[in-house]
Each structure stands twice: as structure tokens, then as C-alpha cells.
Design a protein around this ligand. Structure first.
Ligand code: AMP
Ligand code: MG
Length: 411
């Protein structure tokens, strides 16, 4: 079988060209958090909807406070959610709480701490001169009715959801979360806690990949561990294609004799089998599996070695999932030019190496990294606690003190 020899950039371009945004859907605001807006949001209302007090204090006419201290009768009291039962006349004060509507006639607020309460609250002594508009929040101060609050492509982060609630956007048009089928393949894999027989190992990739899928905001669907059996695998893949937007498999895509994923997908899907010039995660497959409705479902065939699975997901699957979910900004993790505090060694082999490293921001404001323990593609334990993925170009590595580009795995 011909394998396409590609750089990581070429491999990602192949994938991204085939993974455009999913069709928009309308969801309740509470279900939209983390999704990307599919259309602009125009506010139908002013926020705040009416002029109100920014403080607990007394609503007054500013011109009545030119000479202080000054005493006034307190003619009413107004709390948030209420309205004053009478307008304010010159020479009067109205007790007011934060968020309560400005009584007609008043144009400023005196902070309660700058006053003395007299005669059981029926009078007040004011010690501060205020100017017209002081501590008053005007209608539309935050958002004016008719303005575009957010444009398509905005990620609905928690504060964005808060703003959407404030403009009464109850139904939101978003790019949906991708439903991602995750399955692992291999006769050797045990995931039910039973004792290991000869040649058996514990399953780890599916557990990790389900979590990675969820972490990037998609809905992960567990399709289990599938034996190295072509018929069984075909059934699972077809069911996944009928019920999910994307399929992610791990294992069985390299050159082994029992790589059944390769055998089955080559037969039932349009696949591109690649050798990506990176280490780890050289073998990678991507393609489309047509489901019973004719939809061509993207399939990611990640390598079986756990560290390769992780790196392959980060560099190829995660950006594609994010693009499918409408993200327009950087699709990869946050990248930064870091300082290597220890040498990051490697040999020349024509590949870009992605070493898992430890890092943190230093007092100089730079991100500093050190080598991250064993780098074998089966040694997930060391990689699991790495904080960044260092991109080390072909050559003999980065000397201590040198600069290296890293992707922050914790961002
Ligand atoms: P494969 O790509 O299927 O040849 O697998 C490569 C290596 O990764 C083998 O040592 C497998 O046992 C191991 N492997 C494959 N899938 C998993 C998995 N889901 N969990 C842990 N190890 C795996
Ligand atoms: Mg296998």
C-alpha cells in the first residue's frame, strides 16, 4: 500500500481541508457554553434597561449639595426591583440601594458612607458635594438596543453567556459540538479489570482519547475496545459513522501484519495512509467513511503507541475537531517561544521531534522548559505530566539557553 510521506503541516492541511464547520443548530443558552456563535447577536434591549444607582446611598439633586454639610428630609426609600412611589423635589433626598431605578427628579447619588442618618432615618445629613450624574448608571451604558453585541465566531465563554442572558438571548445559534466516536483496537487490550493473561496489556488510549475529546469541547462517545477482527471492526465503524460526526480509532494503522484497522478502512472508506515526518506519531491515517445516509464521516486513524496517540491527537485531530466546531482562532494549543533550561537532545533523522517537556513562566516573563523524562512512545507516564510539547526541528537538538517553540498542553 502506498503511503504518503508528508510533513506535519501538510498532514494537517489535508485534514483541515476536509473538516469544515458543522451545520449550525439552535440551542438553549444554558447548552451553548463552550460553543461558537454561528451568527451575530444583536441586542433587542438596552442594558441596563433603565437609569439606576451604582451605590447604596441617597438620590438627590446635585445642585442641593453645593454647600455641605447639608440636611434634608428623606421622603422615600427605593430598593432594587422596586420604583420610588414619588418623584424627588428640590431639597429632598430618597434613600436608594444599588441597582434601584433613579427616582424622577434626582440626578446624582451620595454614597451612604458620606452621610449621617438622623431622626430614625427620616432625615439625612450629607457631607459630600456631588455632581450631576455621579454614581448613576444610565440606560444602555453597557449595551445599546440594536447594536451587535457579538459577531459570528465568538466563543461562548462564561462571561459571554452572561451577556447573552442580559440581552434575553434565550435561544442561540451555534456550531454544535462534534459527536466523536472513540474506539481502540487490539486483541491484547484489557479494560475490564481482569487479570492479565499472556501478552495482554491494560487499555489506555481510549480512556485518554475520550478525555482529550471532551477537553476540546466535543462530545465523546465510547465505542469500546474492538478485537483484531475485520468483521467485528466493520460493524462498529459503520455504527459509529451512522451515529457520530467523527470517528477516532487508535491502533492498527502501521505496517504490522495484524493491522486490521488498515485492512478494513482501506476496503470500506476513502483513506489516506500517511507517514508524517515527526517523532513520535509517524503513522497516521485520515479519510472519509460514507454512512447509510450518504454523509462522509471523517475518520482519524491514530497510532497505537500511547504517546504517539496523544501527540497525533494534539497535532492533527484536535485542530480538526475545533475547526468542525466553528473555532477560527488558533486551532492548535497556545504556542510560545520558550527558553530551554536544559539541553533538549535529539539526532538528525529528517523529522520534527515533539518532545514532552516540563515548563513554567519565569520572573523574566519567559517560558522556561526542561527535558521531560523518558521519551519512548510507550512511556506515557512521563508524558502524562508534561506541561508542553516542544517542537524540535531536525538536527542535533537545542542547547541549554537556546530558544525552542512549544505548545502549552495546559492552555
Ligand atoms: P498497533 O498500532 O496496534 O500496532 O499498536 C502499537 C502499540 O501500541 C502496541 O504495543 C500496542 O499494544 C499498543 N496499543 C495499541 N492500542 C493501545 C491501547 N488502546 N492502549 C494501550 N496500548 C495500546
Ligand atoms: Mg494493534
Amino acid at each position: 500500500m502506498d503511503r504518503l510521506l508528508v510533513s506535519i503541516v501538510e498532514a494537517r492541511d489535508i485534514v483541515l481541508a476536509e473538516c469544515g464547520p458543522l451545520a449550525p443548530v439552535t440551542v438553549a443558552l444554558a447548552d451553548s457554553v463552550g460553543c461558537v456563535l454561528a451568527g451575530d447577536v444583536i441586542s433587542p434591549e438596552d442594558v441596563p434597561p433603565f437609569a439606576n444607582s451604582a451605590l447604596d446611598g441617597y438620590a438627590v439633586l446635585a445642585s442641593d449639595t453645593t454647600v455641605v454639610p447639608v440636611e434634608m428630609p428623606v421622603v422615600a426609600e427605593v430598593a432594587a426591583g422596586a420604583a420610588a412611589d414619588r418623584p424627588l423635589a428640590a431639597g429632598e433626598a430618597i434613600r436608594i440601594m444599588t441597582g434601584a431605578p433613579m427616582p424622577p427628579g434626582a440626578d446624582a447619588i451620595v454614597l451612604v458612607e458620606r452621610t449621617d442618618r438622623l431622626d430614625d432615618g427620616s432625615r439625612v445629613r450629607i457631607h459630600e458635594t456631588v455632581v450631576s450624574g455621579q454614581a448613576v448608571r444610565n440606560a444602555g451604558d453597557d449595551i445599546r438596543a440594536g447594536t451587535t453585541v457579538f459577531t459570528a465566531g465568538t466563543v461562548i465563554r462564561p462571561a459571554v453567556a452572561g451577556v447573552l442572558a442580559s440581552v434575553n438571548a434565550q435561544k442561540i445559534e451555534v456550531v454544535p459540538r462534534a459527536r466523536v466516536a472513540v474506539l481502540s483496537t487490539g486483541d491484547e487490550l484489557i479494560d475490564d479489570g481482569s487479570p492479565l493473561g499472556p501478552g495482554q496489556i491494560r487499555e489506555s488510549n481510549k480512556t485518554m482519547l475520550l478525555a482529550l475529546v471532551s477537553e476540546c469541547g466535543a462530545d465523546a462517545v465510547d465505542f469500546g475496545v474492538v478485537r483484531d477482527d475485520e468483521a467485528a471492526l466493520e460493524v462498529v465503524l459503520r455504527e459509529a459513522a451512522d451515529t457520530c460526526d467523527v470517528i477516532v480509532t487508535s491502533g492498527g494503522v502501521s505496517m504490522g501484519d495484524f493491522d486490521v484497522v488498515k485492512a478494513v478502512l482501506s476496503r470500506i472508506a476513502e483513506m489516506q495512509w500517511m507517514e508524517v515526518a515527526i517523532k513520535p506519531a509517524k503513522p497516521f491515517a485520515f479519510g472519509r467513511l460514507r454512512n447509510t445516509t450518504g454523509r462522509r464521516v471523517p475518520v482519524f486513524g491514530l497510532p497505537g503507541n500511547p504517546v504517539s496517540s496523544l501527540v497525533s491527537f494534539e497535532l492533527l485531530a484536535r485542530p480538526a475537531l475545533r475547526q468542525m466546531m466553528g473555532h477560527r482562532g488558533p486551532l492548535l494549543r497556545q504556542g510560545i517561544a520558550a527558553i530551554a533550561d536544559s539541553p533538549l537532545r535529539r539526532g538528525t533523522d529528517g523529522k520534527v521531534h515533539y518532545q514532552r517537556v516540563h515548563g513554567e513562566f519565569g520572573a523574566d516573563g519567559r517560558y522556561h522548559v526542561t527535558a521531560g523524562g523518558p521519551q519512548g512512545s510507550h512511556q506515557l507516564a512521563a508524558s502524562a505530566v508534561a506541561s508542553a510539547l516542544a517542537e524540535i526541528p531536525d538536527g542535533d537538538g537545542v542547547a541549554a539557553g537556546g530558544e525552542v517553540f512549544v505548545y502549552l498542553l495546559t492552555s
